[in-house]
Design a protein around this ligand. Structure first.
Ligand SMILES: NC(=O)c1ccc[n+]([C@@H]2O[C@H](COP(=O)([O-])OP(=O)(O)OC[C@H]3O[C@@H](n4cnc5c(N)ncnc54)[C@H](O)[C@@H]3O)[C@@H](O)[C@H]2O)c1
Length: 384
């Protein structure tokens, strides 16, 4: 029997993370029920969970569990009207240290989610967050450079960015694990008729992001500048990215859902696009303006898999759904900075990063997969 109706919820794996918290907040604010499924392995995300609880009380359902636990995933999917699969090992650096764990969390867990949906009665649509890293280092994109940034020599790429036509070329274990999940998610639409949408995302930034050197570079730079701590520039700092404010990303998920008939089975490049690009050196300049002082800098070699230029061509998604980003870079960074200050995040992140950086994600998988636990009733009024 179909176990949905008043019991149903939008299921967000990784729902206490940065993207998950922002989506959960939007859906809950619109009156929907949401279940966040998270193992709280990312430093700082307990804070997001506490905040969501404070804001939304009983409509928030919390499942503290691990996506590698297929039974827990199956159980959570049973009542899902929609599934947003965001839980992931998110750092290229960590994936290089421990590729097996990275595979289990990113690739294997995605199949757990897909199988849970395939065997469910209601077969909810699935939205999956992939990455621009599936396109590799883009070494063949010819670039010119000035003193602040790289620019493509090919007019089409300079004007529109990298499209989904680009050949796949998985780089780094993270690129491989996310890339294979991306392909499975697409294939389950083809092979089993599931309704699935893949977002190959560029850099997302905004409130509730606990950026570190390993992931979330925009927030990391802002936090370091606020803390007056040195920022390490890997490479020459002229790397260019299109950055997307998280509220625009949330809009994109809602648009994809509204236009599921045409979006299903497809992968879309999602980012700020050519109108919202920034190089590392340009972000430093902006921070200098915000803080009224020079950020402290250190330099180091290029990191594996670092693209010199990546900008999303989002035209395909825009044509199908009418979506376009509305928050401009300077405004978005100002809003991120204000949130960090209001939330007192710099001090918190500093404490979290005083412990060895990559240990939590790596050691997480050395342990047995934790069994799913619903949050104890005493601390979680809305737990299942
Ligand atoms: N933020 C970006 O710029 C960006 C860019 C491209 C792709 N992505 C993808 O978007 C998704 C969300 O990213 P984010 O920035 O919100 O990351 P995040 O680290 O803030 O959130 C991920 C959440 O997943 C949880 N998690 C990790 N492993 C888990 C597991 N095995 N079981 C259950 N929960 C687990 C973490 O505790 C965390 O709360 C990820 O899939 C990431 O790969 C993000």
């Amino acid at each position: 029997m179909r176990v949905i109706g008043s019991d149903e919820y939008a299921l967000i794996t990784g729902g206490c993370g940065f993207v998950g918290t922002n989506l959960a907040h939007r859906l809950l604010s619109e009156g929907q029920r949401v279940c966040v499924f998270d193992n709280l392995s990312r430093a700082g995300v307990q804070r997001n969970l506490d905040w969501l609880r404070e804001q939304h009380g009983d409509r928030l359902i919390v499942k503290l569990a691990d996506t590698r636990d297929a039974a827990a995933v199956r159980d959570a999917v049973r009542r899902a009207s929609h599934v947003y699969h965001f839980a992931a090992q998110v750092a290229v650096t960590t994936s290089l240290d421990d590729p097996i764990s990275d595979f289990e969390i990113n690739a294997r867990s995605a199949i757990n989610v897909l199988e849970a949906i395939r065997h469910s009665i209601q077969k909810p649509p699935l939205f999956f967050t992939s990455t621009n890293k599936v396109y590799g280092g883009l070494e063949d994109v010819r670039l010119r450079e000035d003193d602040r940034r790289y620019t493509p020599r090919t007019e089409r790429i300079a004007q529109h960015g990298i499209s989904e036509e680009r050949r796949l070329d998985f780089h780094s274990p993270y690129g491989c694990s996310k890339g294979s999940a991306d392909q499975y998610v697409r294939d389950y639409a083809r092979s089993y008729g599931l309704r699935t949408v893949v977002f190959r995302m560029s850099c997302i930034y905004g409130p509730h992001q606990f950026g570190t050197e390993d992931q979330g570079w925009v927030a990391h730079f802002v936090i370091r500048a606020l803390n007056r701590e040195p920022i390490t520039i890997y490479g020459d700092g002229k790397q260019v990215r299109d950055i997307l404010f998280v509220e625009d990303l949330v809009d994109a998920f809602l648009r994809a859902n509204e236009h599921l008939d045409v979006c299903s089975g497809q992968a879309f490049n999602i980012g700020g696009g050519p109108a919202n690009t920034i190089s590392l050196l340009e972000l430093l300049k902006l921070l200098r303006r915000f803080e009224g002082r020079e950020p402290k800098l250190e330099s180091s070699d290029w990191r594996t898999g670092d693209q010199k230029y990546y900008v999303s061509d989002t035209r395909h998604f825009q044509e199908l759904t009418g979506w376009s980003p509305s928050v401009r870079v300077q405004d978005g960074i100002r809003r991120l900075r204000e949130w960090l200050l209001d939330a007192g995040v710099p001090a918190l992140v500093q404490q979290a990063t005083e412990q060895p950086q990559r240990k939590p994600a790596t050691s997480l998988v050395a342990k047995a997969i934790p069994r799913a636990t619903d949050v104890p009733v005493a601390t979680a009024p809305a737990s299942e």
